[in-house]
Design a protein around this ligand. Structure first.
Ligand SMILES: Nc1ncnc2c1ncn2[C@@H]1O[C@H](COP(=O)(O)OP(=O)(O)OP(=O)(O)O)[C@@H](O)[C@H]1O
Ligand SMILES: [Mg+2]
Length: 345
């Protein structure tokens, strides 16, 4: 697969504050890529740099291998959908969607055909005459997507487009967006700070923190093999505990030795150990096992969330077996569920 967008050694600062520095990223054609990271980490800045609204003071933006750094936004084959849909309130649905083609002086017959295709794509057939202010949040977002796609961009940038919707509607729109991306066969670059959203929708997730890429990978990679404690913690819930890699395939934490599947760390090396709450099995305590006392139990619908205190660590555990507060339990973890990370220096 070819790269459609390449960011090369990008530098962006605002009022002397460095936001992106030596930022490099390749985005493949027809991929659904998500920028994921906490507020202020530079997601929108990166998106606006791709769109051309921000001029980097250093570095290049390439589109299909060509340098577009100096190209203004409207000349790029890229469109943006914002969190606030920025629809024209005095226009109806049809005129909002037709806007981009009217600017480019397309003839009305072709506009009518394209608008009708777009309405079908976003499931809003029959809404042509409706005033956009009379639509629900989800419907307005569909209009915004149709409006951004009518010019046939090769890349669609979406900056937290579902942020204003309630949870149920968000879920529905996530599936819709994924379908639209497949159907159009174009690249979507999506920004969110919601890890679940990133994991469900993306081919590739780019995890960011303080303007730096922490990890790039498939949702499975990012979830199962987080590269550092930040990623582990940001992507879903995790227990992160200090351990000692005794040798290949054997790690020790909380005074107990655990066989694991990692190697190549050396002998007696301090490491961080990551275990997901759903990967710990509660059993009867026995000599030599990792044991602790249940401190709290909360019913979460599909499982109980238990906090279990061992000597130096409070474990979060998701389990379908209920144990009363104060119960002494053992925690079993199979080798595949123990993730070892080198200590950050
Ligand atoms: N035009 C601007 N002038 C000054 N500072 C800015 C400007 N735009 C962004 N910043 C700063 O740059 C940093 C990164 O902002 P950015 O909007 O890219 O973050 P983000 O990851 O999109 O965050 P959020 O999830 O809150 O939208 C922030 O500290 C922000 O205050
Ligand atoms: Mg933002």
């Amino acid at each position: 697969m070819e790269n459609i967008i390449e960011l090369k050694d990008i530098h962006v600062s605002f009022e002397g504050e460095v936001i992106l520095d030596h930022f490099n990223l390749n985005i493949k054609d027809k991929e659904f890529v998500t920028f994921l990271g906490p507020s202020g980490c530079g997601k929108t800045t990166t998106l606006r740099t791709i769109a051309g609204f921000i001029q980097p003071s250093q570095g290049k933006v390439l589109f299909e291998g060509k340098d577009i750094t100096a190209l203004p936004p409207h000349k790029r084959q890229v469109n943006t959908v914002f969190q606030r849909y920025a629809l024209f309130p005095h226009y109806n649905v049809y005129d909002n969607i037709a806007f981009g083609l009217r600017i480019s002086k397309t003839d009305e017959k072709e506009i009518a055909e394209r608008v009708s295709e777009m309405l079908k794509l976003v499931n809003l057939k029959g809404f042509e005459k409706r005033n956009v202010t009379s639509l629900s949040g989800g419907q307005q977002q569909r209009v915004a997507i149709a409006r951004a796609l009518i010019n046939n961009p090769k890349v669609l940038l979406l900056d937290e487009p579902l942020g204003a919707l309630d949870l149920k509607l968000r879920k529905g729109m996530q599936t819709e967006l994924k379908r639209i991306q497949r159907q159009m066969g174009i690249t979507f670059i999506y920004v969110t700070h919601d890890q679940e959203e990133a994991l469900t929708m993306s081919d590739t997730v780019v995890v960011m923190k303080d303007g730096l890429i922490q990890q790039i990978g498939t949702p499975e990679d990012i979830y199962n093999e987080p590269r550092n404690p930040f990623v582990a913690d940001f992507i879903g819930e995790s227990n992160i505990i200090e351990g000692l890699m005794l040798r290949d395939l054997l790690v020790k934490f909380e005074g107990v030795e655990f066989p694991c599947v990692d190697k190549g760390f050396g002998e007696n090396k301090p490491v961080d150990v990551v275990v997901r709450p759903e990967d710990i099995e509660i059993t009867e305590p026995k000599e030599g096992m990792l044991c602790g006392t249940v401190e709290s139990v909360t019913f979460k619908g599909v499982h109980y969330e238990m906090m279990v205190r061992s000597e130096n660590y409070l474990w979060k555990i998701h389990s379908i077996t209920y144990k009363e507060i104060g119960t002494r339990v053992a925690m079993e973890i199979i080798p595949e569920y123990i993730h070892i990370m080198a200590k950050e220096v």
